[in-house]
Design a binder for this molecule. Sequence first.
Ligand SMILES: N[C@@H](CCC(=O)N[C@@H](CS)C(=O)NCC(=O)O)C(=O)O
Length: 220
Amino acid sequence: MATERYRLVIGNKNWSSWSLRPWLAMKRLAVPFEEINIRLRRPDSKEQLLKYCPSGLVPTLLKGDLAIWDSFAILDYLAEQCRDVELWPRDPAARAIARSVSAEMHSGFQALRENCPMELLAHSPQSTLPPAVELDIHRIITIWRDCRTRFGSGGPFLFGQFSAADAMYAPVASRLRTYVDDLTRYGDDGSARAYVEAIFAISEIAEWTEGARAEMAGAD
Ligand SMILES: N[C@@H](CCC(=O)N[C@@H](CS)C(=O)NCC(=O)O)C(=O)O
């Protein structure tokens, strides 16, 4: 891996689901990086974002003159750079499915995103959710169960060991933890609940959560 210093531009840790993805992957891969924190939802947020992020959105990974925006593109770049660690599963079939479920997350679940924004520190279980959100949750639970059943024997994550797919779905686990108390209502056989618990047992998620608390307290 090249020795140039990485800088990862991210948003507020309580809210920025997209930022969590590459941040978590880089921490898990033990890739050293400096964080550049942009406070979102402020009058000058866009101006601050545009200083670093070509799309005006976080996350963006900086390395020298290179700026890589979009969480999926950053994960793929990291997977190429850090070849000694497997960010995508090694087995071609597992890797293809990992990319499929990650792409499905990246381009889908609009109803869940709109109705259940990431509020990492909140616990606001909803007794009812719009039908479109319920459909999204059913699909997510099915994806998680299938991945765990087919590929998960080597560990608690979707493909056993931690992979880019878990980085993609960690914010989804956070949304479900915040808004849904009982996943069995959406067809969970226990595997989705166990997966959410596995995500929240990751020490780096605890670190991110601490950062979110500090930001919310204005202590950073
Ligand atoms: N597809 C992009 C989405 C990035 C995105 O929507 N980022 C949000 C924060 S989580 C953002 O920067 N919002 C700031 C704004 O809209 O001004 C990715 O995966 O990186």
